[in-house]
Design a protein. Structure first.
Length: 115
């Protein structure tokens, strides 16, 4: 069911089914991203530090390690945020649907004049 609302003189429609569907898509996207991030992190840890024996190894490690660790933190956070967006979209769909149902209940309870 679509819900209409007014925003500064303009109407817009809200379709709870679309919110619900997109919410599910964001939750899945966040989960997929988190799984890919974990795999990348595991793969890079398994490789170890092959540059340690090179002439430039210490300099490379000084630059690479903080960037890698920051990237891992950011990637983990992004996955969680994508899932959170999905959860919020699904909650919005529930709230809109509940509001519509409540409005219909109130309207149907109003006495109508008889002729």
């Amino acid at each position: 069911m679509k819900t209409g609302a007014m925003v500064t003189g303009q109407a817009f429609d809200v379709d709870p089914d679309v919110l619900r569907t997109q919410g599910t898509a964001f939750v899945q996207l966040g989960s997929d991203f988190s799984n890919a991030s974990k795999k990348l992190q595991d793969d890079l840890r398994n490789i170890g530090d092959p540059w340690k024996k090179c002439d430039f190894g210490e300099i490379f490690d000084t630059i690479y390690t903080p960037i890698r660790d920051g990237m891992f933190t950011s990637m983990d956070s992004l996955g969680e945020h994508l899932q959170g967006i999905g959860d919020k979209l699904q909650n919005m769909a529930r709230d809109y649907s509940a509001s519509d149902e409540q409005g219909l209940h109130y309207i149907s309870a109003v006495d109508r004049p008889t002729t």
